[in-house]
Design a protein around this ligand. Structure first.
Ligand SMILES: Cc1cc2nc3c(=O)[nH]c(=O)nc-3n(C[C@H](O)[C@H](O)[C@H](O)COP(=O)(O)O)c2cc1C
Length: 423
């Protein structure tokens, strides 16, 4: 069956973006999604795309990011389209309506989105009833948890979320990075993060010790803040980090008039910042904490760049709005092609490999004569040797990493394989 999304999009583009999204979700929920996006995309994937993470079997690395199916209306239908995982939410404990409309803007000329939704949520009760019907064999279901706007005690809201969902979700994400809930991003600082996550991990351990607990962070963190997040995550044993949420920055390259709207920007303009941060967190945690790379992915090349930069899994959101759900099949096929081009037989071989070659080149460009060498052991990036590492200041490390990765990103843009050039 041909892909009817370009046609459906013409109709959806005639109504407000939020209404269009609701229509799409209800169409999917009614089981009519195939009409708009061609053949059932299939749930059987090439074994090279599969990996086991946190004891869960991901049949492929491509998931749907939070915010697409906030109230768990269509997650089963989305899984049937071939996504390896769907992250529903952000769900708040009690139902709330979010910010005033309009609050979702399509930047057509930039293929980007700005949203200031402010966590509209059906609330945990409703979402729990919907996910109770989920069959684990259909695919991986993550739940992204938030706090109510009126709540004075963020920890209490997250605790309630964990208590009620840990037994039903395959993984949980603590969202501390939405730009649209005042004060939320402050929870990313070292001490608030440590206090919060310690309490939440204790709660999780009491309720369901197997459910992985992840955090989702903002792309706008300073170097110091990324360092603090990595430090706390390693120290407390946070299971994973989703990188990243939307940005409050507005690149000057944006052309659409809606670029002036307040809220979080997502789409291609977020790709570089979120990938640099992903790479930085991978480096700071030595690849020991699984990362989910999200931000600006609209092709297999984008997804593969994130994987090479350190993502075990990737997620998409904005590009689905512009391209439709058939994108997932294209991304998966493209990743398989790119793996084989690089001589890898499994997805896990590619995770973080840019740190091995590109970063070494970056160090050389920073004038470090003997660049450190790394090897990807599968469970972390093992530092092998580097004669000058003791003399290499933190600043130098950072410069080396960023120089290496940026080179990799521009190689990706030019159609060359990221990270393979010799410095
Ligand atoms: C309309 C919209 C709503 C979103 N809502 C949430 C949300 O509720 N919780 C969350 O963690 N992220 C939310 N996000 C952020 C996405 O999950 C993702 O991190 C971000 O859009 C970057 O990915 P992209 O460039 O592929 O869109 C939302 C994004 C969009 C566009």
């Amino acid at each position: 069956m041909p892909d009817f999304y370009p046609l459906a999009r013409q109709l959806l583009w005639r109504v407000q973006p939020e209404t269009a999204h609701k229509i799409a979700l209800w169409t999917l929920r009614a089981g009519l999604g195939f009409l708009a996006s061609g053949e059932r995309m299939g749930t059987v994937d090439h074994p090279a795309l599969a990996q086991s993470l946190w004891g869960l079997n991901f049949r492929n690395p491509v998931g749907i990011a939070a915010g697409f199916d906030k109230d768990a209306l269509a997650f089963d239908a989305l899984l049937r389209f071939g996504f390896g995982a769907v992250e529903v939410g952000t769900v708040t404990p009690r139902q709330q309506s979010g910010n005033l409309k309009p609050r979702l803007f399509r930047l057509d000329q930039d293929k980007a989105i700005i949203n200031r939704m402010g966590f509209p949520s059906a609330g945990l009760d409703t979402v729990l009833k919907r996910i109770a019907r989920h069959k684990r064999s259909n695919g991986i279901l993550g739940i992204n948890l938030g706090k109510n706007l009126s709540s004075k005690d963020a920890a209490a809201d997250y605790i309630e979320g964990i208590r009620l969902t840990a037994g039903l979700a395959d993984y949980l994400v603590i969202n501390i990075s939405s730009p649209n809930t005042p004060g939320l991003r402050e929870l990313q600082r070292r001490e608030p993060l440590r206090l919060l996550m310690k309490e939440l991990i204790d709660t999780r351990d009491r309720v369901s010790s197997n459910t992985p607990l992840l955090i989702k962070i903002a792309p706008d963190l300073s170097n110091q803040e990324s360092y603090e997040v990595a430090d706390v995550a390693l120290d407390l044993g946070i299971d994973g980090i989703v990188i990243s949420n939307t940005t409050v920055e507005r690149p000057t390259s944006l052309k659409s008039p809606e670029a002036e709207e307040q809220g979080g920007l997502s789409g291609p303009q977020l790709f570089e910042t979120s990938t640099v941060l992903l790479s930085e967190i991978y480096r700071l945690t030595s690849g020991r904490i699984p990362l989910i790379g999200v931000g600006g992915i609209s092709s297999a090349e984008d997804a593969y760049t994130k994987i090479r930069a350190g993502a075990s899994l990737v997620q998409v959101h904005s590009s689905l709005i512009f391209n439709g759900l058939s994108l997932v099949a294209k991304i998966k096929a493209g990743i398989l092609r790119l793996l084989s081009k690089d001589g890898f037989s499994r997805i896990t071989d590619a995770i973080g490999v840019d740190h091995i070659d590109s970063i070494s080149n970056g160090f050389r460009r920073q004038g470090v004569a003997v660049a450190p060498h790394f090897s990807n052991t599968g469970s972390g990036l093992e530092y092998i040797h580097g004669a000058q590492d003791k003399d290499c200041s933190d600043h130098r490390w950072r410069q080396g990493i960023q120089s290496g990765l940026r080179q990799g990103l521009s190689a990706h843009r030019d159609g060359r394989t990221a990270g393979r050039e010799v410095g």
